[in-house]
Design a protein around this ligand. Structure first.
Ligand code: XMP
Length: 505
């Protein structure tokens, strides 16, 4: 889909959020590195994000103002973006003049397009230590903070800047401010997930050109939505499920049945024994991941045979993050295939399609909804590619996997019964590599300790442990201690991320 609003990313932690907000307002937005500005082509509006640098530093990231002027599109600078524009228009920014982090109150000076229909005083979210201290004579100050410094400027009829973050929910009326800004562009909002779905259904067959599409499915949200989307588009496809033996209890069979209900026949490869053999005696977490990733790709390719076209469920954050130093584990594993020569070869030959690569996770869920994917599949917690192996610190054995599967199924059942499953990001059990003394019946037992972890998170980058009511914790613990052979101690993990991670390995 053609970009309507380009967001130039100067490194703010909120850059992706700006894109989300703009899409919610009905304009298709994408994030671009500032260096790509000249390849943008015609766009309806441009937003310059905030960023961690200071415009007064030597070699601070800059903007190609002349090119922006030539675009004939409204431009909004946010924080760093505003300071940079102000300097380029001949104003001045002073480092450390005012430090504002978190909530602040601003006073809107006059009635103007950006604050149209809003009150004269607004609570906004700030995050800056540099401040605009001089501005060009023909610039107009639209709002000031409590120390009378400008926090919103209009340099001319198309160039605006704001010192605060309209994209974060803490900013009162932030969405309205963005909508007001977008009212300056000549385009009317027409992006929605339903319109995007129609575009995908139209373009997928054009790209596929009659070839057979194979895809690996796991039963998770992304691969399920991908498979249903491909089916809807009418292309010939083969969904393949590699059962690594590291899945949840009965999961592989359930996935096959769920797909059947969606009109898709999945080929299931029973590779559990081969995975277990490959993992025999391996305790190092990275080595375990590597073995699982490599074997997964080999199993998948052995089943797929000659591939005409491979579909991958890569999402937009994976695309943005790959290539940056902060590439996250989730994207590392999704691109796991890429380490393997075969995939690189397919990529070079143009035999890979990634139809979801412009969408955020919640947009994929929305897409799934409009495609008729059942809510219980769309609401599933994320599950790591290496499966239960990363929840068994140390060597993975069949016995440990069985114990973990039994405990996991109890945890998930109880969370669903209490209505907590949908409130939390992820729930997992970890089988600790330690056995402790206990007592079962009249006998001394010597069994494993098991840790339960339930976390609240937005995006898995940070997470807090879920403050579950004691009644639920008690029920989980009782049910696991009574129902799972091999466990005589249950712990609840109260670690935030950071410093802990969500998984234990
Ligand atoms: P961590 O443990 O890094 O996890 O806090 C963040 C999110 O990523 C998932 N995760 C993985 N997903 N392969 C995956 O596909 C992996 O190796 C992997 N490790 C962690 C984790 O479940 C959480 O959602």
């Amino acid at each position: 889909m053609k970009t309507q609003v380009a967001v130039l990313d100067y490194g703010s932690q909120y850059s992706q959020l700006i894109v989300r907000r703009i899409r919610e307002l009905g304009f298709f937005a994408r994030l671009y590195p500032p260096s790509e500005i000249r390849s943008l082509g015609p766009v309806a509006a441009v937003i310059l994000s905030g960023g961690p640098r200071s415009v007064v530093e030597p070699n601070a990231p800059d903007v190609d103002l002349e090119y922006l002027k030539s675009l004939q599109a409204p431009v909004l600078g946010i924080c760093y973006g505003m300071q940079m524009l102000n300097v380029r228009f001949g104003g001045r920014v002073t480092a450390g003049a005012v430090r504002e982090y978190g909530p602040a109150q601003i006073h809107v000076d006059e009635n103007n397009t950006l604050f149209n229909g809003l009150g004269r005083t607004l609570r906004v979210w700030m995050s800056h230590s540099d401040t605009v201290t001089e501005w060009p004579a023909d610039g107009r100050i639209l709002a000031r903070n409590s120390t009378e410094h400008p926090v919103a400027i209009r340099w001319n009829e198309r160039f605006y800047g704001i010192q605060f973050h309209p994209e974060v929910s803490h900013t009162e009326e932030g969405t309205k401010i963005l909508r007001n800004f977008l009212s300056l562009c000549r385009l009317s909002p027409d992006y929605s997930i339903a319109s995007y779905k129609n575009e995908l259904l139209r373009t997928i067959p054009e790209v596929v050109k009659g070839r057979e599409v194979v895809c690996a499915v796991s039963g998770g949200v992304d691969s399920t939505v991908l498979a249903v989307l491909l089916r809807e588009s009418g292309v010939r496809m083969r969904p393949i499920l590699v059962d690594t033996g590291l899945l949840r209890k009965n999961e592989a069979g359930e996935v096959v049945r769920n797909f059947e209900a969606l009109g898709l026949r999945v080929e299931k490869i029973d590779a559990g024994a081969r995975f277990l053999a490959a993992l025999d005696g391996v305790a190092d977490p990275e080595q375990k991941r590597e073995i699982i990733g490599d074997l997964f790709v080999r199993e998948f390719h052995a089943a797929a045979g000659h591939i005409e076209l491979l579909a991958q469920g890569t999402l937009y954050p994976d695309v943005i993050e790959s290539g940056t130093s902060g590439s996250e584990i989730a994207s590392r594993i999704k691109t796991h295939h890429n380490r393997v020569g075969k995939i690189l070869e397919l990529k070079r030959e143009g035999k890979i399609i990634e139809p979801l690569s412009d969408l955020f996770k919640d947009e994929v869920r929305e897409l799934g909804k409009v495609l008729g994917v059942p809510p219980d599949i769309l609401g599933r917690h994320p599950f790591p590619g290496p499966g239960l192996a990363v929840r068994i610190p140390g060597c993975v054995t069949g016995e440990k996997l069985d114990i973990l599967r039994e405990a996991d199924v109890i945890l998930i059942r109880i969370l669903k019964q209490w209505g907590w499953y949908s409130k939390i990001w992820q729930a997992l059990c970890v089988l600790l590599p330690v056995r402790t003394v206990g007592i079962k019946g009249d006998e001394r037992s010597y069994e494993y300790a098991l840790s339960v972890r339930c976390v609240i998170s937005q995006d898995a980058m940070t997470a807090d442990w879920a403050d579950l009511p004691h009644g639920i914790l008690r029920e989980i613990s009782n049910a696991i201690l009574n129902g799972v052979k091999g466990v005589n101690r249950v712990l609840y993990d109260v670690s935030t991320k950071p410093p802990a991670s969500i998984e234990w390995e």
